[in-house]
Design a protein around this ligand. Structure first.
Ligand code: ADP
Length: 554
């Protein structure tokens, strides 16, 4: 809400859906440019595949996936090969439309030939994925975990994970998929938005019963059964960090395009929703990343047929209020100056004084606008009270009274629910950040500010400056490589910011880079080929610009 118009700069901009404002020159925005595109099912699957190609063991937490329609032949061929080599393998696959959410358009199949090719696949690309047939069950029900992750900064990378999340339950007892039960969504899909329509959905005020519970209540239960909950948390943290490492290259390309370096602009942060499934052996599997996780703390209740009312949902409230409150605490621009106490105190006084005078004036007056304003203020006050950013009337000093000593708002708040995991554990994961370095090269040669695609001249300059062409790899071959890969990527009809631009997108550049690395360092495993080429390029570019070398020359 901008009660005084947008002329004054804000400390924090809280956008509803995505980063979409080119008129912000300072402060912090709660969305990264390009995040929605980067976590779409197809883009996420591609990014995970690239990482899995480099580090197969480290990235086995994402189900094997294929992109439809372009990889249908590959999907059919790979499944056939796997079945031939292991005849007892009876897989199930899940087909998910790209850009879908809330279980929309999802279905299960037993065989590649069951893919519904008519209509939708052509117009709406999808991901087909190995279905996890043996999930961990609680009370005989399948459930998934929604964990909130704060990406506090992209450069340097800073990641926080909420200590508690939500567990969302199916509403029909689980059975392993058979042709007979494949279509039973209440048994196989954990989406709240679907299961709420089942007659078995249980709204519970308690954190450890019902169809939506806290994740901590599940952990308690697992721990009482002797499960290694510490190991589970460490696996989840590792899954989150690795996933974000897979997403950062693309995000950096969008970032430099929307907020070019050297120009005034805001910094960004974002709360992400990670959907995770636990397998029977407690191994966490990533289902998807949500750029706009629902922050609703109420649910609809049907009072009588067709009459709905919003009622509070204590489980949502417990988890989500803490996430938003602590995100604001971490992003608080005033934190260093320690002005919070006065700010929250004055915010409260300001609101309650305005409310009082409005309420007084409003009595007996039928001015609609006045009433609307009063309602908005009381909602704001309620929200601030909930977040703990201001004091309730009982605890607040009397109007006009200044607090004796500025109370520390941190002291009055619960301890942070958001736990820093990166850079805290950076040393365990930094070796995975190869594509990040490839993206840095890509961005360096983009040339035109604001673009996300590399032109043929940019690619040639990259090859020349890094001295990658020789008698075996002529500049003509470089051009052919550029045209081949770029044409293929642009023909895939990817929903990209610059779909009309014929240039090379980051993923295409990564493919070209891997190709060059394979050519040059044939005998090595892929990640070593890529690392060797990266070191060579970085070294030659540093030499070219007469900079001090800070890394070895491969
Ligand atoms: P949406 O964005 O439509 O919710 P998801 O990828 O989250 O799509 O899938 C919906 C639901 O389907 C998940 O909540 C989960 O219960 C189930 N699901 C998705 N992928 C798998 C999988 N690979 N194995 C088992 N269950 C899955």
């Amino acid at each position: 809400q901008f009660p005084f118009g947008r002329r004054l700069p804000c400390d924090i901009y809280w956008h509803g859906v995505s980063f979409h404002d080119n008129n912000i020159f300072s402060g912090q925005v709660n969305k990264f440019p390009g995040m929605t595109e980067t976590v779409r099912k197809i883009t996420l699957s591609r990014a995970m595949r690239t990482m899995r190609d480099l580090f197969p063991l480290e990235y086995n937490f994402y189900p094997r996936s294929w992109i439809l329609p372009e990889e249908l032949p590959l999907f059919v061929a790979e499944v056939r090969t796997m079945k031939d080599s292991n005849p007892s393998w009876k897989p199930t696959f899940i087909v998910k439309p790209d850009g879908g959410c809330q279980g929309d358009g999802i279905y299960l199949i037993k065989d590649p030939s069951d893919i519904r090719l008519t209509g939708s696949i052509q117009s709406r690309p999808a991901v087909v994925q190995e279905y996890i047939c043996k999930p961990l069950l609680v009370d005989k029900l399948k459930f998934d975990i929604r964990l909130y992750v704060l990406l506090k900064s992209l450069e340097p990378l800073e990641i926080y994970i909420a200590k508690d999340g939500l567990s969302r339950f199916c509403t029909e007892p689980y059975q392993e998929p058979t042709l007979k039960n494949l279509h039973q969504v209440f048994m196989h899909l954990t989406n709240y938005s679907l299961n709420i329509h089942s007659g078995n959905f249980i709204h519970s005020a308690s954190a450890n019963t019902g169809s939506k519970r806290t994740f901590s209540s599940i952990l308690c239960r697992l721990s009482s059964r002797g499960a290694d909950v510490k190991k589970l948390w460490s696996d989840i943290i590792s899954l989150v960090i690795k996933t974000i490492i897979a997403l950062t290259p693309e995000l950096k390309v969008y970032y430099q395009s929307d907020i070019p370096a050297g120009k005034p602009g805001p910094t960004c942060f974002q709360i992400l929703g990670f959907d995770i499934l636990l397998m029977k052996d407690l191994k966490p599997v990533l289902l998807e990343v949500n750029a706009n996780p629902s922050m609703r703390i109420e649910h609809e209740q049907e009072l009588s047929p067709g009459v709905f009312e919003n009622v509070p949902s204590p489980v949502d409230e417990k988890v989500k209020v803490a996430v938003i409150r602590d995100t604001l605490r971490l992003m608080d621009p005033q934190k260093k100056k320690r002005k919070d106490a006065h700010l929250s105190f004055h915010t409260y006084l300001n609101f309650s004084a305005q409310l009082q005078s409005l309420r007084a004036g409003i009595a007996g007056m039928k001015d609609k606008q006045h009433k609307h304003h009063s309602l908005k203020l009381s909602l704001k006050l309620k929200f601030y009270l909930k977040l703990g950013l201001c004091q309730s009337p009982e605890r607040a000093p009397g109007a006009g009274e200044e607090p004796d000593a500025a109370p520390s708002p941190e002291a009055a708040l619960p301890s942070l629910c958001l736990k820093q995991v990166f850079p805290k554990y950076a040393r365990h994961f930094s070796y995975l950040r190869l594509v990040d370095r490839v993206a840095a090269l890509f961005i360096r040669f983009l040339g035109v500010k604001g673009t996300t695609k590399l032109g043929p001249t940019g690619f040639r300059t990259f090859v020349r400056n890094c001295k990658l062409s020789n008698s075996n790899f002529s500049m003509a071959a470089v051009d052919i490589l550029y045209i081949d890969i770029t044409r293929r990527w642009n023909s895939m009809g990817i929903d990209h910011k610059e779909s009309g631009n014929p240039g090379m997108c980051l993923q295409a550049f990564v493919e070209a880079f891997f190709c060059l690395a394979q050519k040059k360092y044939k005998a090595l495993p892929l990640h070593k080929q890529v690392l060797s080429l990266l070191e060579l390029c970085e070294c030659r570019l540093a030499g070219l610009h007469g900079k001090r070398l800070v890394w070895g020359c491969g």
